[in-house]
Ligand binder design. Structure first.
Ligand SMILES: *[C@@H]1O[C@H](CO)[C@@H](O)[C@H](O)[C@H]1NC(C)=O
Ligand SMILES: *[C@@H]1O[C@H](CO)[C@@H](O)[C@H](O)[C@H]1NC(C)=O
Ligand SMILES: *[C@@H]1O[C@H](CO)[C@@H](O)[C@H](O)[C@H]1NC(C)=O
Ligand SMILES: *[C@@H]1O[C@H](CO)[C@@H](O)[C@H](O)[C@H]1NC(C)=O
Ligand SMILES: *[C@@H]1O[C@H](CO)[C@@H](O)[C@H](O)[C@H]1NC(C)=O
Ligand SMILES: *[C@@H]1O[C@H](CO)[C@@H](O)[C@H](O)[C@H]1NC(C)=O
Ligand SMILES: *[C@@H]1O[C@H](CO)[C@@H](O)[C@H](O)[C@H]1NC(C)=O
Ligand SMILES: *[C@@H]1O[C@H](CO)[C@@H](O)[C@H](O)[C@H]1NC(C)=O
Ligand SMILES: *[C@@H]1O[C@H](CO)[C@@H](O)[C@H](O)[C@H]1NC(C)=O
Length: 437
């Protein structure tokens, strides 16, 4: 397999190694590890970027409307169930539909992130915004922001994962925010957590940075691009604190487990430095994924109130870094692609469908406890969308220079997704489950 650059292609400003170690929450771990194995932590880029510098540290105290609203009655599940049996949303085709798409304007969404604001940063070909996903045999319920907000009244929904999940979170925020008047919505940054609040509904839609699910040396939401990745096999509680009270959790974990080089391995730490019993293993990346998901499964099994919390696992998000996959030129990556791949059943050679199946397998024992983890299977529909990535039409801290724009092989981002765009469909799946099922 080709090395997967994934979310980690050189696309942004450099940051000093020294800064990484001083900011890392795992300095203790690093200390023990460095005595066991000689290594470098190379932090060559910062891939979590906020639209306005320093905003992440601006923590705002919120005055929430505590009283006025009651729980909305859950809709009867009957008709939704029938629909689920009849129709499989994952199988269908993209239809050009400039009458009903996009669902919002990327130029007007005040909460969009510059890394995915393609139109704002010069992408003039906006056809990518007008494709509607049409499942075979049924229609995906039309997204209705008010209806979703009513569903989220007095609730907290949290997206947990990496920058792809953040992409989905930004999409969700843009999908609902137009339905909320000025002054009744707010975004708050607090370390690894970004919170969006809709005051009238007392509804919260959060994103929590945790790309490897377990505690790891990549937990800093800003400086985390470490090639030498270490997870702590038994440590999930620190992250779980951020989502244990949530009503809806959407996990995502895929790209960070992919090999960026053929010999890339995951380091797994057992025990702890503090207790003096630290032990370091090295496993295949995908085995690390299994370790993390098994620990997550165990945690969910003992901590989740099945009457309260609904859990989703976002499918694998394809990257379109290797244009030769669809007959393009690798040095351009996905730059200038303007149409989806139409071939029915297309699957990209570099997309790993098996990890989603593994995840489903690992979560299966939870069913006995009445906990269902619903996979959002949008992998294949996304695989068709070679036209839908930011490429060079984005900003990270500073705009790309002319020389960078002219060098797509290094600077085109074919991993994240322009908004409005493909993640809106992912959220339509989520919406449909929440509102209709
Ligand atoms: C949907 O269709 C795909 C492809 O045929 C299949 O793998 C998947 O299991 C189906 N899902 C459901 C819920 O039927
Ligand atoms: C929508 O697309 C059709 C066909 O491409 C075109 O004729 C029409 O002008 C477009 N409408 C808008 C509002 O862009
Ligand atoms: C997009 O359109 C604007 C205005 O017509 C033009 O200045 C700019 O060069 C165009 N950008 C690209 C990448 O073609
Ligand atoms: C959206 O949902 C709200 C609340 O359920 C409803 O009043 C409204 O008519 C819906 N809008 C559309 C276009 O269906
Ligand atoms: C507001 O929402 C939170 C969940 O985010 C919930 O814990 C709290 O009870 C809600 N407040 C009211 C008054 O219902
Ligand atoms: C920020 O997060 C920390 C936990 O990480 C929490 O203790 C603190 O109350 C949060 N601050 C605000 C203003 O929400
Ligand atoms: C969950 O709901 C079931 C059925 O309504 C009830 O019997 C059970 O006690 C509830 N469990 C908790 C922890 O509230
Ligand atoms: C992409 O399209 C632009 C505008 O049409 C053109 O100037 C540029 O050469 C194209 N780049 C590639 C790599 O094909
Ligand atoms: C997801 O759907 C695709 C078809 O779109 C199918 O090939 C794949 O097996 C499905 N995976 C899972 C885990 O349901």
């Amino acid at each position: 397999m080709k090395p997967e650059q994934g979310a980690h292609n050189k696309m942004s400003a450099s940051a000093a190694v020294a800064a990484a170690s001083s900011l890392s929450p795992l300095v203790g771990l690093r200390a023990v590890v460095s005595s066991l194995v000689a290594f470098f932590i190379v932090v060559s880029s910062v891939s979590l970027l906020f639209d306005r510098g320093g905003q992440e540290s601006r923590v705002v105290q919120l005055a929430m409307d505590q009283h006025r609203h009651q729980e909305v009655k859950m809709a009867a599940a009957g008709s939704g169930k029938r629909q689920e049996e009849e129709c499989n949303w994952s199988v269908g085709r993209w239809v050009y539909d400039n009458a009903s798409e996009p669902l919002y304007s990327g130029l007007k969404c005040s909460f969009i992130f510059d890394e995915v604001a393609c139109e704002k940063y010069g992408r003039n070909d906006t056809r990518y915004q007008h494709w509607r996903w049409q499942p075979d045999g049924c229609d995906l319920p039309r997204f209705n922001a008010t209806r979703l907000l009513e569903k989220l009244r007095n609730k907290r929904m949290v997206f947990v994962g990496d920058s792809i999940n953040r992409n989905q979170w930004v999409s969700m925020v843009c999908m609902v925010e137009a339905a909320i008047p000025e002054g009744l919505k707010m975004r708050v940054y607090n370390g690894s957590l970004i919170s969006f609040k809709a005051f009238e509904y007392n509804a919260t839609i959060d994103f929590y940075w945790s790309p490897l699910i377990l505690e790891s040396n990549s937990d800093n939401p800003i400086i985390h691009r470490v090639e030498y990745r270490i997870i702590r096999a038994e440590k999930i509680e620190k992250h779980a604190r951020a989502w244990r009270d949530a009503d809806i959790i959407v996990f995502n974990s895929y790209l960070w487990w992919r090999k960026q080089k053929p010999d890339m391995k995951m380091k797994v730490m057992y025990g702890s430095f503090e207790d003096g019993d630290a032990k370091l293993d090295e496993v295949e990346m995908v085995e690390g994924f299994e370790i993390a998901l098994k620990k997550l499964t165990e945690w969910l099994g003992t901590n989740i109130d099945k009457n309260k919390t609904r859990i989703y696992f976002a499918g694998s998000s394809p990257t379109h870094t290797w244009a030769s996959d669809w007959g393009g030129d690798d040095k351009n990556k996905c730059l200038n692609e303007s149409e989806p791949i139409v071939k029915p059943g297309y699957k990209g050679a570099t997309t790993d469908y098996s990890m989603m199946e593994k995840a489903q397998e690992i979560f299966r024992p939870l069913e006995e406890k009445g906990i269902h983890v619903q996979v959002l299977n949008f992998t294949q529909l996304s695989d068709h969308r070679i036209d839908a990535h930011p490429t060079v039409f984005r900003r990270q801290f500073v705009p790309l220079t002319a020389a960078q724009v002219a060098d797509p092989s290094s600077y085109a981002d074919c991993t994240h997704w322009c908004l409005p765009g493909v993640p809106d469909v992912w959220n339509s799946f989520l919406y449909s489950y929440l509102v209709h099922k």
